[in-house]
Design a binder for this molecule. Sequence first.
Ligand SMILES: [Zn+2]
Length: 289
Amino acid sequence: MSRVELGFGRCVHCLRHSALITRDHVFPKSWYPSNARKDTWKWQIPACRRCNARYGKIEEEMLTKLGLCVDPTKPGLAELIERARRSIDPRAGKSERDASLRWARRQKLLQDMRWGRDVPNQGIYPGLGERWERPPEEQGAVLIPRAHFRRLSEKITRGIHYLVERHYIPPPFVIDQVAVDDSDASPIAELLQEYGQEFAHEPGITVRRAVTRDDSTSSALCIEIWETFKMYAFVTNRVPDGWTCFSFSPYTTEGFYNGRIPEKEFRSLVPSQLSRAHRLVNQLKAPQS
Ligand SMILES: [Zn+2]
């Protein structure tokens, strides 16, 4: 989160005008491994203080949790684990208040952890599942709200759009996000490979984005973080009949939709959304050289 104020302007996230506009990092600053390129300031967008603070909170919680799930043998990622550990270690506190914040974060994290046989066998985010071939009783997992992935992909989608097009994503455009594994995503991934343009700050984040011919707002994005997990986002200018603004995927982290959407219904949303996304991506224009 940044405190630098730009004065009057319009927030990329909530689209409101505000006299207290701050600079917001499209990709959270604390999520960059230290071997990332230093020109991360280029990826800043105007955001109101409220949105900046709200995203700051989500990103902090996600970093604590995701930092504990990454593979430390990948370049730069060991230090993310260290950062996540420190964020819940009261001994690292710079003041009494800071120490108690870290303690509270630790208690919250413990509530969201599952061990051994209690690890859910569904709702595992693609790329973040067990990668160490441990027997089930030695595995651990942490629950992350589905909404956090959606919010993060929405933020990055709006941010990249602003950086490239210098404008906003207003209604009736909506941003959908899907979590699919590589085999299910292959039609989209192939088309993004063909038509998409790449924006990267490796090894933190790589985004492939393609826009449609009809307007410069409808678009598809693949957002890859730490070479570990991907978020697919789609910007479209209508909400199809009977759909909510985003689909729940079968990989939804368990416990955040229980009882609200019947299993059968949300499972069927994913393939239909993928086919819609496929149609959308078919209209994409080639990148400008
Ligand atoms: Zn805002």
